[in-house]
Every structure is written in structure tokens, then in C-alpha cells.
Write a protein that binds this ligand. Structure first.
Ligand code: ATP
Ligand code: MG
Length: 557
């Protein structure tokens, strides 16, 4: 593991330091945080960082966390997203105190706007968005006052009321805060508080045709809920001044905003806008495609909630932008699955082995036993039938092997996992010289657990009995993008999609215990990787997703 990780483990993160100081000084008795998603897409692993952080802090220091949907943008939001977000937060293992919606505060926010108008701190502007942009100035040049800036309070009250009543067209007027058009912070140059949008809202329906801007909704929502530590990502640093200004002018609960660096991961994209493009343009099969960095995608792929929580906690948070290797997520997934996954034998690309000296009694077979999980002493065993016709992996045989090849080759011996030692006696080929079958003999005294043969072999292979095998489709996933940071490359990020991000094994041969595979259970296909049953499974066939390989395969390439 990296140095950076070890360091993070030792010390408190900067937010924990702030909170410990606040509690010690008596500024707060307990803390309140919120996780504030906009319901305009599915949550991704970046959001998981924010969830673990917000819920983790109140778990550690006492208090609670609200789930607040930041739903002030009627045209992009949908209840489908609300439901998926709730599912994902619960699946990650967190329960919110209150389920809240910024839209529930529309009346209060409207009242706050009237308060500011009455204080002479807000005005209705008839300028078009182009005119507003022109008068805004640049970071090095001050802006100019709008010609509508000095309207009387009465006129502003009247116009704002009429905006609300629906008398004006979209975009024809805005309500702006009256701050300072020469302010060094561009966001303080009379920011827009309300815009006109005749749009249906997923919760308030057609009640409103004016909607508050993020900056006029977020801090006030925090204040209404008495959030003590409002945590967001670094791009909101310049917004903090405005956040404080509104709270101060309105004299409401003094919530404070703190910022940390977004979680970025290599070989993927994380903005919802980009993820939506991947879904809409069918580069992936929906938001929960197992290649997506969404929480629902990772869950379907077989990542566990505990591995994701562990990833978020151990990687920690930073004050500067950085990027974490996707391989690190996989490291935590593997670490977790190794402890819990049931071991099973599955042959991806079969080569038939006939054991010529095995008759297996009347039934022609015997039942062997194999541990479910060597890491878990309480994990028990399963039955594995053995017979004289087996499949091994084609890649586990070589006709002309190099030195120190410990798998099967003519005249060479290997152990079949939890079964016997076999020796390859004869190689059968078809007319094209293609190997179709191996004739082998087994050593009866070499049975696993009762081996008296005295023979030492180095290689152990997985196998399945032909007549007992169950077939299934396997979906092997690789990184969705072939470059580390697709968003920073030239051209469209979609040009960098990895064409081999999905490989299908149409019919793999599984040991019969896999007949009882259940959703949500993790399996380690021995020597192959970790797998879970996919929701596309039906009575006509099982489908498995490869969660992750046994080792980091990407680096090797
Ligand atoms: P995106 O840019 O992916 O669309 P967003 O910031 O618009 O994300 P929101 O729904 O507004 O998404 O985010 C909800 C919360 O999650 C916010 O507090 C936001 O700061 C946080 N968040 C979003 N993306 C990340 C990320 N990559 N790392 C950490 N926190 C994030
Ligand atoms: Mg957002």
C-alpha cells in the first residue's frame, strides 16, 4: 500500500480536527451534517466518499446526518434518481435522520427573498442573460451596475410577485442580490437569486414558475436544518463568501461551509453529465452496468459495501485535487472477498481429460469434499463429484512445455484440486492437429487428505467432472477507458473507451455446487477470480460477473 495511505491512517483528517476543536471549545454540543445530492443521475464512487465522510463524522462525534435532495433544477431531475440514491446510501450501510428536499423550502426561500428586497439588498433585473454577462466584468476588470439596480423596494416587490404569478416569460427577468459589481470575487457581483422557468417539478408540480439558484438555496437549506458542518467539494470555495453573506443578511442559523478535494479515479469519468452520455449513447448497458463507476454498477459487479467504505476511510480526504488509482479500489475489494467468497471450480475453456484407469465403482463416480473457504475455518465443505471424464482448462496443458512448467504435459504429473494426482499418458488430436483429449492415469493412493503415494507434484489444477458440470455465461470486465484520465485527453472522452472492456465466455463449465448459486453471494472461481450472479440470470441460464481478478492484471499488461 502507498505511503500516502499509511500517513492518512495515523492522523485525523482536517475536518476531524476542526470538529474536535469545535466540540472542545463548546461551539457545538453535537454536530449535524447532510449529504446533498442533486437527483439528476445515479451516485458514483465520488459520492460514496462524501457519504462515508458525512455519515462517518456524525457516527464518530455524535449528532446526525440528513439526506437532502438538492432539487432546485426542475428540468434535469427525476424521482427515479431519488429512489436510486436512497437505495445506494442504504446499501452503503448508512441511515439518515431526515429525508429532506430543498423544494420543501421553496416557500421559506421565497420569504427570504422578500426580506432581502425589503432591506434594499435584492432587485428585479430586466436584463437578458447576455446583458448580465457583459456587465459582469472580468476577474481583472470591475463590472458595471445594471440599469435596473436602483429600482424602489415597492417596484421590486411588485415585479417579484408578478414573476411568481407567471406574468413573464422564461429568461425575461431575474432577481439579483445587490452586493458589489466591483467585488474581487466574481460571484459577489450581484449574483442571481431566482430565475423564471415555467417547468414542471417532480415534487412541487406546477406550483412554481420561478426557481432559486443553487447559491440562494443551499446555505439557507443548511441553516433551516441547523447543519453545523456543511461539507462540499473544492469548486465551491469561491461560493463560501456568498453562502456567508446570505446567512448574515438574513440573520439565520450560522451554518458553515468546509471544502475537500473531489475523489477522482483513474481510467474512468465521474461527472454525472458524462455518465449520462455513456448511458444514453449505449456505450454501456444502463447506469448499473458493472463497468460504470456508479455505486449501483459496482454493486452489480460484486463490489461489497464494506470494501467501498474501507476504501473511502483508508484513502481519506485531501485539501488538494488528486487522483487515486482504480487498482486501489480493487485492492480493498479483493481483501474483503478473500475472507468471504466461496471457493468453486469453474473451467472457462475446456479440454477433456479421460482417466483410463478409473472406474469409480458401480456408479462410475465418487463424491469428494473440498473446503468452501480456507480463510474461514467455519466455512465448511462442499461435495465435488469425480468421474473418469473431466474438463481442465485448455491453457493448463502444453504439448511442448518449457523447463519448470508445472502444469500438465505429456508424461508429466499434476494434482487435481481436492482429488488425485494424474499423469498425462497420451495426447489425442483431430485431423488438423488440434488437441481434443488427454488420456491420463490417476494414482489411487494420492487422494487429497489421505495421500500415501509419496509423490510430490508442484502444480494443482482446477477441474470439473464432465457429466456433472453446469454451464453458465461469464462476463469478464476490464477498465472502461484505456487512458488514465479520459477527460483531460484531446477530443471527446468517449473516443478513449476501452474496446475490450467486456469479454464474454458463452459457456463455462462449473462444478455442480454452483447450481445453488444465490444473488449477493461472492464466489472465488479458483485460480480465476471473484464472481457474482448477475440479475440477467434466468431459468434458461445463469450469468456471472467477474468482480475482480485474483491479482492486479492491468499492470502486467
Ligand atoms: P457530478 O459533478 O458528478 O455531477 P455533483 O457534485 O454535481 O457531481 P451532487 O449530486 O451535487 O453531484 O453531489 C452531492 C454531493 O456529493 C456534494 O456534496 C458533492 O460535493 C459530493 N460529490 C460529488 N462528486 C464527488 C466526488 N467526485 N468526490 C467527492 N464528493 C463528491
Ligand atoms: Mg451538483
Amino acid at each position: 500500500m502507498s505511503e500516502e495511505l499509511k500517513k492518512e491512517e495515523r492522523s485525523l483528517n482536517f475536518l476531524e480536527e476542526i470538529i474536535e476543536d469545535d466540540l472542545k471549545s463548546g461551539k457545538y454540543k453535537s454536530i449535524v451534517t447532510r449529504f446533498p445530492p442533486e437527483p439528476n443521475g445515479y451516485l458514483h464512487i465520488g459520492h460514496a466518499t462524501s457519504i462515508c465522510l458525512n455519515f462517518g463524522l456524525t457516527k464518530k462525534y455524535g449528532g446526525y446526518t440528513n439526506l437532502r435532495f438538492d432539487d432546485t433544477n426542475p428540468t434535469t431531475e427525476d424521482t427515479e434518481y431519488v429512489e436510486s440514491i436512497k437505495d445506494d446510501v442504504r446499501w452503503l450501510g448508512f441511515e439518515w435522520k431526515n429525508e429532506l428536499y430543498a423544494s420543501d423550502y421553496f416557500d421559506q426561500l421565497y420569504g427570504f427573498a422578500i426580506q432581502l428586497i425589503n432591506k434594499g439588498l435584492a432587485y428585479v433585473d430586466d436584463s437578458t442573460s447576455e446583458e448580465i454577462a457583459t456587465l459582469k466584468g472580468t476577474p481583472t476588470e470591475p463590472g458595471k451596475n445594471s440599469p435596473y439596480r436602483n429600482r424602489s423596494i415597492e417596484e421590486n416587490l411588485d415585479l417579484f410577485q408578478r414573476m411568481r404569478n407567471g406574468e413573464f416569460a422564461d429568461g425575461s427577468r431575474t432577481l439579483r442580490a445587490k452586493i458589489d459589481m466591483a467585488h474581487t470575487n466574481m460571484l459577489m457581483r450581484d449574483p442571481i437569486m431566482y430565475r423564471i422557468k415555467h417547468a414542471h417539478h417532480h415534487r412541487t408540480g406546477d406550483k412554481w414558475c420561478i426557481y432559486p439558484m443553487y447559491d440562494f438555496a443551499h446555505g439557507q437549506s443548511d441553516a433551516i436544518e441547523e447543519v453545523t458542518h456543511s461539507i462540499c467539494t473544492l469548486e465551491f470555495v469561491p461560493h463560501r463568501e456568498l453562502y456567508d453573506w446570505f446567512i448574515e443578511q438574513l440573520g439565520i442559523y450560522p451554518s458553515h461551509q468546509y471544502e475537500f478535494a473531489r475523489r477522482n479515479l483513474t481510467y474512468t469519468v465521474m461527472s454525472k453529465r458524462k455518465l449520462l452520455q455513456l448511458v444514453n449513447e449505449k456505450h454501456v448497458n444502463g447506469w448499473d452496468d458493472p463497468r460504470m463507476p456508479t455505486i449501483s454498477g459496482m454493486r452489480r459487479r460484486g463490489y461489497t459495501a464494506s470494501a467501498l467504505r474501507e476504501f473511502c476511510d483508508r484513502v481519506g480526504i485531501a485539501k488538494r485535487e488528486n487522483s487515486v488509482d482504480l487498482g486501489l479500489v480493487e485492492f480493498f475489494v479483493r481483501e474483503d472477498l478473500n475472507k468471504t467468497a466461496l471457493r468453486r471450480m469453474v473451467v472457462f475453456d475446456p479440454l477433456k481429460v479421460v482417466i483410463t484407469n478409473y472406474n469409480g465403482g458401480d456408479a462410475g463416480e465418487e463424491i469428494l469434499h473440498s473446503e468452501n473457504n480456507p480463510e474461514d475455518p467455519a466455512g465448511g465443505e462442499r461435495e465435488v463429484p469425480f468421474s473418469n471424464e473431466l474438463y481442465i482448462e485448455r491453457e493448463d496443458f502444453m504439448e511442448n512445455p518449457p523447463k519448470k512448467y508445472f502444469r500438465l504435459a505429456p508424461g508429466q504429473m499434476v494434482r487435481l484440486k481436492s482429488a488425485y494426482i494424474i499423469r498425462c499418458d497420451e495426447v489425442i488430436k483431430d485431423a488438423d492437429g488440434h488437441v481434443t483429449e488427454l488420456r491420463c492415469s490417476y494414482i489411487p493412493e494420492s487422494k487429497s487428505g489421505a495421500d500415501t503415494s509419496g509423490i510430490n507434484v508442484k502444480g494443482t489444477l482446477h477441474w470439473v467432472s464432465v457429466k456433472h458440470a453446469v454451464t453458465a455465461e461469464l462476463r469478464l470486465y476490464d477498465r472502461l477507458f484505456r487512458v488514465e484520465d479520459p477527460s483531460s485527453e484531446e477530443g471527446d472522452f468517449k473516443e478513449y473507451i476501452n474496446p475490450d472492456s467486456l469479454t464474454l465466455v458463452k459457456a463455462a463449465y462449473m462444478e455442480p455446487a454452483m447450481r445453488n448459486a444465490v444473488f449477493g453471494e461472492a464466489y472465488q472461481f479458483i485460480r480465476k477470480g471473484y464472481f457474482v450472479l448477475d440479475k440477467d440470470s434466468s431459468t434458461s441460464g445463469m450469468v456471472f460477473n467477474r468482480t475482480v481478478g485474483l491479482k492486479d492484471g492491468w499492470k502486467a499488461k
